[in-house]
Write a new protein. Structure first.
Length: 149
């Protein structure tokens, strides 16, 4: 989480940053389940990540991403982040369906790498940029478009 610009004090950004922390923590439990090799624990941990990540990505895309993408300076960056949301879901599925421990660990590594890179780009790039670029009317639109947690 970024701590240098204060953007987390914007309510919706603070919410998304807190959700990022929850997703990372749940992903840590997923990794533990991968190492343990218990299929039930693996599925339960993956379901927990999905329960956090799905609504989170929908909310980001509906609100802040929609408004940011209207600015040509942000459009491609936002579209890339949306593609990463889809890819993260695919990688998560790959962790669960991997045929053996080595494949599961490789799938986990790919998932974790993209997840951390993705969150870093949002927390330390996109969100601070939005905090600078948006004034009151944009934040009102973001808030109105963002589904509740």
């Amino acid at each position: 989480m970024c701590s240098y610009c204060g953007c987390e004090s914007v309510e919706v950004i603070g919410r998304f940053m807190r959700e990022h922390t929850e997703i990372v923590n749940a992903s840590g439990a997923l990794h533990a389940a991968c190492r343990d090799g218990d299929p039930q624990a693996l599925h339960a941990a993956a379901d927990r990540v999905r329960a956090l990540f799905g609504p989170h990505s929908v909310a980001e895309e509906a609100g802040i991403f929609t408004v940011l993408a209207e600015d040509p300076d942000f459009t491609e960056h936002v579209h890339q982040l949306c593609r990463e949301h889809v890819r993260l879901e695919e990688l998560l599925d790959g962790v669960v369906t991997a045929p053996d421990p080595a494949a599961r660990e490789a799938a986990w590594a790919a998932y974790e790498h993209l997840l951390r890179h993705h969150i870093d780009r949002e927390d330390n790039s996109l969100f601070p940029a939005a905090a600078i670029a948006f004034a009151g009317p944009e934040w009102e639109r973001v808030t109105a478009l963002t589904p509740d947690a």
